[in-house]
Design a protein around this ligand. Structure first.
Ligand code: FMN
Length: 499
């Protein structure tokens, strides 16, 4: 039986050179580890001798402590009734509390979930989910780009029956949309990524499981609604390749049907909205008189950044191939040149993606690159059904999906809207969002004159304006999401001409 400790005794170990913490009822000695904590030692010191479970849980995938600490650092279990309850000075609050959230039926499209999401998420969660890199130009462009593509619908075709079922990497799906990988799912809802698994199963679409989920991989797989449900896996490659091999083998053993290796994040982008949140978390730098060791280059993202190996390169693909029989795709391809290299390397597909505008600002939108990629692959005889091209980023309407498919995409990934949907409504929210998209798909295909996806051809879209970047920062819905320093930390909002 584990050693039983008293909360009052644990509380005494709250100093830099003697630092214990309680997580999930267990007491850990973090004195030696603290200087190496990716989030800095201040945050550990803040919880010294106390129960840190609530802060720890959403941003550390299960097993983090076990993987980073030797067994002897777990000192025992604390008797729950002896632990003092933490009084938070300014507890984080969402704008809307349960009971104030609009009924699900009032959400008529994916943008509505964004509006609700902003109100129901705690500020730190909203900051992590909604943020993009730097000035968020790419993030906004991801949505705006679809406004530069117009339809050329055909008439007098028999559109009584519409069918948009398709396959991805040989697996059946009810529509050409998958739920893309998004980390830290529990920031929005205690069941995290499992909400997405359930909704994907109920609606017959595919979910891509993130490496850095808040739920454990097993929990997400166990949440499948039946044995037929298909899941893909998004892979971040760790510098310890043995860890990555273990992850891949486990994914394959548990029936994952495709591996998507993220290649656009050798370093995590600067998401300033997320970074600013940490000023509230551990006290401002001013209050700390500059003695603040927290790495402010990332907010919630800092919890995951150290996992990713920046040395990953084309030569590693052979090793990846040797680890698994699963189809392998690259997620985050951003030029036709790299698309060609991926096809030549014998991979099974690519996702044209800029990580939802969270990595390199001024990276172009996936759908813009799609046109170049299709042309380049066709010119080199590499445009084949065995090499599938996907896009993600800013897809919010079925018309966006139809544009992508008409231009050659096998399907599209959607990220944030599903996060917002489950943060507010659990799995039912995601099912509703997917059903809204299905209704839009049916109407869109009928009005374009394409009863099946095979009837949706490149001539049905006018892409002449696609590459024009005349005004990359238009006033769109995105500009309401961007948050400046003055509003972020409550400074008076001086007109700029007075500065
Ligand atoms: C909160 C959040 C977390 C993400 N985490 C990951 C991740 O862990 N791995 C990854 O490859 N992509 C990640 N992405 C990128 C998404 O897979 C996808 O490329 C992007 O969200 C698509 O854009 P959308 O959100 O506009 O639909 C994340 C995106 C968001 C918004």
């Amino acid at each position: 039986m584990a050693k039983q400790l008293n909360g009052a005794d644990v509380a005494k170990h709250n100093k830099k050179d003697d630092l214990w913490l309680i997580v999930h009822g267990k007491v850990y000695d973090l004195t030696e580890f603290a200087p190496n904590h990716p989030g800095g030692s201040s945050i550990l010191l803040k919880y010294g001798g106390k129960d840190a479970t609530e802060e720890y849980e959403p941003i550390h995938p299960p097993g983090t402590l076990e993987e980073n600490l030797s067994e002897d650092k777990c000192l025992g279990e604390v008797q729950p009734d002896t632990v003092e309850k933490l009084e938070q000075k300014n507890p984080e609050k969402a704008v809307l509390q349960p009971g104030q959230i609009p009924p699900l039926s009032q959400c008529l499209n994916l943008y509505d979930f964004e509006v609700v999401g902003k109100q129901v998420l705690k500020p730190t969660a909203w900051a992590y989910y909604s943020s993009g890199a730097d000035d968020e130009v790419t993030m906004r462009e991801n949505s705006n780009v679809f406004g530069r593509i117009w339809f050329r619908p055909r008439i007098l075709r028999n559109v009584s029956n519409i069918n948009f079922a398709t396959t991805m990497l040989g697996m059946k799906t009810t529509m050409p949309i998958y739920i893309t990988a998004t980390a830290l799912g529990k920031l929005g809802h205690p069941d995290g990524e499992k909400n997405l698994t359930i909704a994907a199963g109920k609606t017959g679409i595919i979910q891509m499981i993130p490496t850095l989920a808040s739920c454990s991989f097993d929990e997400i797989v166990d949440a499948r609604i039946n044995d037929q449900q298909v899941q893909f896996f998004q892979l971040y490659v760790n510098s310890n390749r043995a860890i990555t091999e273990k992850i891949i083998r486990k994914a394959e053993d548990r029936g994952v049907k495709g591996l998507f290796v993220t290649v656009d994040a050798p370093q995590l982008g600067r998401r300033e909205k997320d970074m600013r949140m940490k000023f509230d978390d551990t006290g401002s730098q001013v209050q700390n008189e500059g003695k603040d060791d927290v790495d402010r280059s990332q907010g919630a993202a800092r919890a995951i950044s150290s996992f990713i190996d920046p040395s990953l390169n084309w030569e590693d693909l052979q090793w990846l191939r040797s680890c698994t029989k699963m189809p392998i795709c690259l997620k985050g391809v951003q030029t036709w040149e790299d698309a060609v290299l991926a096809a030549e390397a014998g991979l099974n597909g690519i996702v044209l993606s800029n990580h939802g505008g969270r990595q390199l600002d001024y990276a172009r939108a996936g759908i813009e690159i799609l046109e170049e990629v299709v042309t380049a692959l066709k010119a080199r005889n590499l445009w084949k059904p065995t090499f599938e091209v996907y896009i993600d980023g800013g897809v919010r309407r079925a018309t966006d999906v139809l544009k992508a498919v008409a231009m050659g995409a096998k399907g599209v990934g959607i990220g944030r809207p599903f996060l917002y949907a489950y943060s507010a409504y659990g799995p039912d929210g995601v099912v509703h969002a997917i059903n809204l998209l299905k209704a839009e798909m049916e109407m869109g295909l009928r009005l374009i004159g394409a009863p099946t996806l095979a009837d949706l051809t490149p001539e049905m879209v006018d892409t002449r304006a696609l590459g024009s970047h005349i005004n990359p920062v238009p006033e769109s819905h995105g500009s309401q999401i961007y948050q400046r320093l003055d509003t972020a930390i409550g400074m008076p909002n001086e007109p700029t001409n007075k500065l």
